[in-house]
Design a protein around this ligand. Sequence first.
Ligand code: DHB
Ligand code: FE
Length: 276
Amino acid sequence: MAEIVGGIATSHVPAIYGAIAKGLQRDPYWKPFFDGIPPLRAWLAETRPEAVIVFYNDHGLNFFLDNLPTFAIGAAQEYLNDDEGWGMPAPAPFRGAPALSWRLIEHLVEHEFDIATCQNMKVDHAFVLPLQLLWPDGDAPPAVPISINTVQHPLPSVGRCLKLGRAIGAGLASWQGAERIAVIASGGLSHQLDGERAGFMNQAFDLEFLDELVRAPDVLTRLTIDEVVEKSGTQGVELLSWVAMRGVLGGAVQQRLLNYHIPISNTAGCQLLLTR
Ligand code: DHB
Ligand code: FE
């Protein structure tokens, strides 16, 4: 049986590549974001996960509006990024964990999650950024990428994403491998990049969301997707990844780190570390 060592959630803002390239980690604008990273790396160095499950949302690199699965799981040996126009340097390929992917796929389909399975899947900045921030030497553990549609409506509900995470948690409990597994969620918190409300952020909602996510995630299922968009912005719905991560962790959790700062680029930047 696999051991779930904990969950990390973080915003994914491509502008932080520019900040890293310019050595601005201690600059007053960027420092509040980068301050969240060393405690996460210290925790990872202590717990040494051997595989990671990464919930994220593809922004159009692998899936576009013509072909957009609600939930998609990678089952590849390795995952490549490609130029998305953010000026990010091309990273080395990321290792996959296909045996673990297939176990989770089998478990999910058995439990009525009709997910897309991808033996070939490009991973965009939402997958790449957290792994690069957490493993800057390029030694991220083998990964299972799970993409949640946050782009084209209808989006999966908060409750569905929580159930997806819980189903994955149950699948890990029946996995024969003995790996220590960390769960990563990428996205959010509140932000809106386009339309009349471009620049919208909502600290009051984010803090309430975080509190409920940690303490009582089922309470969040009261929110419809339209309410999530209204309160957190059209891209704030990326918080669905955080809900799925929380589902994997199961019952009570401990909050080991919360680092929240507005704004980082156009986003309410946040890192969260939860353990069981
Ligand atoms: C920004 C935030 C995102 O979630 C994203 O995918 C791209 C850019 C931003 O705040 O700049
Ligand atoms: Fe995004």
